[in-house]
Ligand binder design. Structure first.
Ligand code: MBD
Ligand code: FE
Length: 279
């Protein structure tokens, strides 16, 4: 049965950690490279400790906080909010196609396959402004890619993601869209709300103690794949939306901002085409 209580930091953190650890990762980093990286990490610690004169109480608070992040399952959240944007910049070096952005902690693979014109799974009474998101997947030469898939996932109108918040049914506001013969798609959904980092867990405490804000602008997550092409993982934002200019996760790029128009029925229509590099 679904738990309809207000989601907690430990609940979404634990779910994100369980999802992440369900597949085993290998990076095949050679020992010399590993040693060089480890040396630099330790050197960064040494520099910070020396520069700020870090005290024993501060060291013990750090230790306790690191333990808390693990116990709340928030390592996927904390890392994706504060570190992943740097990784993404390095990973997208040399690309010519559409811009990528961070994946974040809430991707779920193998979601429901949907035809090119589709409506995402949602509750019968899903709240939020209706959004029609349309576009085309192409190669660098401008040819439509009929075998592409557009995986999409986003928060609901309260900022909660299915599979990670106890008040949302599994599978909603997620799907794997199969484009048409021209590479086109038209996805009907609702506009997500901005996302607030849970304030009742160690990532939220960290942000609060530093005097920062815990918000990400409203966004759609996309993962676009086609045979023989480099997969794009990206996010799209909404022009003029709150926090677009001040994302806690630093994952907004000017090329990733949608400018939807609203029709006479109050439905928002947004367009975006994905251009994929060769693999
Ligand atoms: C999100 O929804 C997100 O996209 C990222 C990157 C981090 C935390 C929550
Ligand atoms: Fe997100």
């Amino acid at each position: 049965m679904m738990n309809v209580e207000t989601p907690t930091a430990v609940g979404s953190g634990t779910a994100a950690t369980a999802k992440f650890t369900s597949t085993r990762i290998s990076a095949e980093t050679p020992p010399e490279r590993l040693a060089a990286i480890a040396t630099d990490v330790l050197e960064a610690f040494a520099t910070i400790i020396d520069r700020h004169g870090i005290t024993y109480p501060e060291y013990r608070v750090l230790k306790q906080w690191l333990i808390d992040v693990g116990e709340y399952g928030e390592w996927p959240l904390w890392l994706d909010v504060f570190v992943e944007h740097n990784i993404e910049v390095v990973a997208s070096r040399g690309r010519c196609g559409s811009k990528g952005s961070i994946e974040g902690p809430y991707y779920v693979p193998d979601t429901l396959h949907l035809p090119s014109r589709c409506t995402l799974p949602m509750r019968p009474d899903e709240s939020g402004t209706k959004l029609v998101f349309a576009g085309q997947v192409r190669d660098l030469a401008g040819n439509g890619l009929p075998e592409a898939t557009v995986e999409i996932w986003h928060a609901d109108a309260e900022g909660y993601y299915s599979h990670f918040a106890s008040n949302t049914p599994d599978g909603i506001l997620r799907g794997t869209v199969e484009v048409d013969a021209d590479g086109r798609f038209e996805i009907t959904t609702i506009q997500p709300a901005p996302y607030q980092i849970p304030t009742d867990g160690p990532t939220g405490w960290f942000i609060e103690k530093a005097g920062w804000h815990p918000w990400r602008p409203a966004h759609l997550h996309l993962m676009v794949k086609a045979p023989g092409k480099r997969t794009i993982t990206t996010q799209l934002y909404f022009d003029g939306g709150e926090w677009v200019d001040d994302d806690v996760a630093a994952a907004v790029k000017p090329e990733l901002i949608l400018r939807p128009r609203t029709d006479a029925d109050g439905v928002a229509h947004a367009a975006y085409d994905f251009v994929l590099d060769p693999a």
